[in-house]
Design a binder for this molecule. Structure first.
Ligand SMILES: [Fe+2]
Ligand SMILES: [Fe+2]
Length: 171
């Protein structure tokens, strides 16, 4: 690939950014917040899957691992959009928590306290739903690609909440 091709690539990137009518820095800051939230949810569910014990643990473990994987996929999509807009995902791991909006809830000290664990998962999902709902509304007319991404994430988190609601009612 010669320099001409590289220039071509950068011109294409500029068109993608030029159609964004929202303030790019604000879009990037919202995307980064979501990116950090997803990464922390990914870790929260994964470490909970390792930690839990008791009669419901074997049933819950694969569900936590699957959702953990889904949250990481969300983080991947957000990272790609951040890069597309000329930003950087959180490169310094120590900054993840400060960047996030929903934060991180560690699993309960008692590994058999599944009820507490599921309540905390529901809290995290509810926070994500509220934030994505706000984002879908915010970028409806100003950034179609980001809007569509937030809409997709919102749909997924609503499904997650429904699943955890069902689990909670059976505990
Ligand atoms: Fe997610
Ligand atoms: Fe989720």
């Amino acid at each position: 690939m010669g320099w001409g091709d590289l220039v071509g690539v950068s011109v294409l990137g500029k068109t993608g950014r030029s159609i964004v009518k929202a303030d790019i820095n604000e879009v990037l800051s919202d995307l980064l917040k979501a990116y950090a939230d997803e990464w922390l949810a990914h870790y929260q569910y994964w470490v909970a899957a390792q930690w839990i014990r008791g009669i419901d643990a074997d049933t819950l473990r694969p569900i936590l691992l699957k959702q953990s994987e889904d949250e990481l996929k969300h983080a991947e999509k957000l990272a790609q959009r951040i890069i597309q807009l000329g930003g950087e995902p959180v490169l310094d791991f120590a900054k993840l928590l400060a960047t996030s909006g929903c934060g991180y809830i560690p699993p309960p000290k008692d590994p058999t306290n599944i009820k507490q664990l599921v309540e905390d998962v529901l809290k995290s999902e509810a926070c994500a739903i509220k934030f994505y709902n706000e984002m879908v509304r915010k970028y409806r007319d100003t950034d179609y690609v980001t809007h569509e991404l937030f809409e997709e994430l919102l749909e997924d988190e609503v499904e997650d909440e429904e699943e955890w609601d069902k689990i909670y009612s059976k505990l």
